[in-house]
Design a protein around this ligand. Sequence first.
Ligand code: PHE
Length: 453
Amino acid sequence: MMKEKRTGFATRIGAIAATVGSAVGLGNIWRFPYQAGENGGGAYILVYLICIVLLGIPIMMSEFIIGRSTHKSMKGAVEQLTPGSPFKYFAYVGVLGALLICGYYSVVCGWVVEYLWSSADGTLLGHTPDQYGKIFETFVGTPQRCVLWTLLFLVLNFLVLSRGIQKGVERMANIMMPLLFVLLIVFCINSLLLPNSGKGMSFLFNIDFDELGWEGVVDAMGQAFMSLSLGVTCLITYSSYFKDENSLMKDAVTISALDTLVAILAGIVIFPAVFSFGLEPGSGPKLIFEILPTIFQQMPGGTIWAVLFFVLLFFASITSTISLSEIPITFMIDEYKISRGKAIIITAVLMTAVAVVSALSFSTLSDVELFDMNIFDFLDYVGPNFFMLLGGLVTAVYVGWILKKEVIHDQLTNGGTRRSRFVQPFIIFCLRYIAPIAIVLIFLFYTGILDAD
Ligand code: PHE
């Protein structure tokens, strides 16, 4: 068998499944509900959906076009497609973004491991709804525990990467993802049957723009990019393994639709329960960790549901951190010609440093504030809302304006064998005008440089 030289994370056949694995993760199940809750629900979700269609899918396609046309990751791809273009330096932003995002993201993965552990040993359930919020705060406020689980998670993540068993993990994830999906549907039905569930549904789907504001619009846009794994060159690397025969449009639409569905399902699990148990929808990052135990508790066989759910969530998360870790690893191998083993060690050290600091944000380092946020919240803010949006903007401009039309046409029609009469003009229009104008304008409004009134 030929050994995969550049990375070893996915077979070409599994590349699409691996991309779904990257997209579906804590972004959908943890971040989307808490952000929707903080931003008043319906209007945020509407903006989120618009961003998925007009910005997310076109930018995902442009990452696919760059990756599949060259079978290289960002820097090499840009060097090949447009020799001498300064756009290649954007690869550094992607690497830095991935390190910071994976750093704080693995802290939440650590929380998932803690909750998996405590559900398995029977200590999680058996409390009142408002006690769960306190239990979470006590846990994150205990530095050793929080750091330990985060480190354990990172060890597993890098063990998978260094053993070259991503393929195995991804194959497992191929079974786990559909299961997670089924489980979410079961939980949705359960939540909809709770008393007062209608209030949660109207929170989710009633559109009231007074609740949103420009900050909420930026949040929705950043969340769309976070959820689809855009703007940090991850999908360029993954799509460099795609088959030349696949339809990129179909792949991008399928991946985005599945990802969005998971997020919406998570919302339907969480909000009816939030209102039914009289909890606060805007309680921030702790939202799912206080509401899920409450939900499991009132289900017959609650402990089993809890364990099953956290196991599946663990798999959804590790396929995302694997894809995030691949960004610096692949970059270092290509750029500095070092061995994969060395690249993994350097990436592991850097990510662990960010992760430990973020894990301590709720305890030892809780006094350290950046722009009025603790370190964890700051990274959770700048990762999606700055790095990913900036990355998305650069990708849109590059493919929309700089890249030769023939390359785009060739990729969208698979060398002229497929028709793309409407898709290509739509994608190019979104990349040239809608994405850059929307991202820049929304930022100008948000920062107050422009005033909507
Ligand atoms: N999309 C992943 C999620 O929703 C997070 C991620 C972002 C993964 C960027 C890879 C790259 O959980």
